[in-house]
Structures are given as C-alpha cells and as structure tokens.
Design a protein around this ligand. Structure first.
Ligand SMILES: [Ca+2]
Ligand SMILES: [Ca+2]
Ligand SMILES: [Ca+2]
Length: 206
C-alpha cells in the first residue's frame, strides 16, 4: 500500500466515525425554474427518524415547517424540501418515487437568507447565505450550491460551490434547465474521497 492510499483510508475512517446519525444540508437553490429547493441528507451511519425535525428560514423558529412527512432517512439517503408541488418537482427532475419530496414549503428562501434544520428545539444544521450579504459567495439562482463533506455542518457558505453538469456529485439539468443533483449524492465512499481531496492527492503522487 502506497503512502497516499494509507492517508486516504485513515481519513475515510475518521470521516465515518465523526458522522454517526447526522442529517446535514447538502444542497440548495434559493431560486430555480423548477422550484427552489433544499436537500437534506443523512450523512451518518444509522437511520434517522425525522418525525421531530423541522425547518425554518432566517426567522430561526423551530417547528415552522415540519419534516415528519419525510419519515425515516436511511444512511446516505437524501430528501427534498421544495416550494412547488412534490409531483411537479419529481417530474421536472425525473426522480423516482423512492426519493422523498416534501412540497409546498412556505418559508421560502430569498437571495440572502438562511436554512435552519431543527430536531425539536435543537439546531441540527444551519447555512447562512447570500452573495450580497457575504460578498464572493455563490448566488444559487437556477444552479444549486453544493459542498464537500468536510464542509457539511460548518455553516461556511464560502466553502460552497456551483453544481456543474456531469460533476462527481451527479449534477444534471432539470426539465427547464436548472442545474443540480436533488435527491442524490454519490456513494458515501466516493463522496468522502472527493471531499478530502484524496483522489487528486493520489494522482499527484504517482
Ligand atoms: Ca426563492
Ligand atoms: Ca425567507
Ligand atoms: Ca444533491
């Protein structure tokens, strides 16, 4: 085993250990032709029951939009909250019935806003964003924002970047031309390696 491979395996194990039973914000588009959306993913190693989970925007009020209808999120599973009808969003992105989509979100996202995820009254994850309020960060209009696993849960929008069709996150175009990967993240192993830069590091050492 080469040195670079050893480093990667060690980092991967550290990632897996740090992420037991955690739901994270993994993608968002504050404005999109086929509906603004937020993707939540269980990045941990155990199922998470969302019956006590809720979402709010920058008013930061637990219970504003209940996520109980999403049910139980399995490890690696992503669920979508969107402003449009779930059926419309599903059709626009050609998502199978297995992907959980909660439509009709009324706490809509603006250009400078915030995503708050709660379990009961406990804040589980938060992402404060806005290309105007935080200069140099992305404006997720018709193209979603994503980030590396290392930046999940950090509330550091400067570490988020645009989805690009064909990227390693599974990004593609929706019916009306939005770019993103709602409902999907790569397999946990692939993601961990991408996020930690091991693929690039390994190639450089050859
Ligand atoms: Ca919006
Ligand atoms: Ca708002
Ligand atoms: Ca995604």
């Amino acid at each position: 085993m080469t040195k670079s491979v050893c480093v990667c395996v060690g980092a991967l194990m550290a990632f897996a250990g740090a992420a037991s039973a955690q739901v994270r914000i993994t993608e968002w588009a504050y404005s999109a032709l086929d509906g603004e959306f937020i993707e939540f993913t269980n990045v941990g190693g155990a199922p998470v029951d969302l019956s006590t989970y809720s979402y709010d925007d920058d008013s930061r009020l637990a219970g504003t939009v209940g996520l109980a209808a999403m049910g139980i999120l399995q490890p690696g599973e992503s669920a979508i909250l969107t402003e449009v009808l779930a059926s419309d969003f599903r059709a626009a992105w050609s998502l199978p019935a297995s992907v959980k989509i909660l439509g009709g979100n009324v706490a809509n996202l603006g250009r400078n806003d915030e995503i708050n995820l709660f379990d009961g009254f406990t804040l589980v994850d938060r992402l404060t964003f806005g290309d105007q309020n935080i200069p140099g960060t992305i404006r997720t209009q018709n193209t979603s924002g994503i980030t590396t696993p290392a930046n999940w849960g950090a509330n550091n929008v400067a570490g988020w970047f645009f989805s690009v069709v064909g990227d390693s996150y599974g990004s593609r175009r929706s019916l009306n031309g939005d770019v993103g990967s709602p409902g999907a993240i790569p397999t946990p192993g692939t993601l961990a390696l991408v996020g930690l830069g091991c693929v690039v590091a390994g190639r450089r050492r050859r």
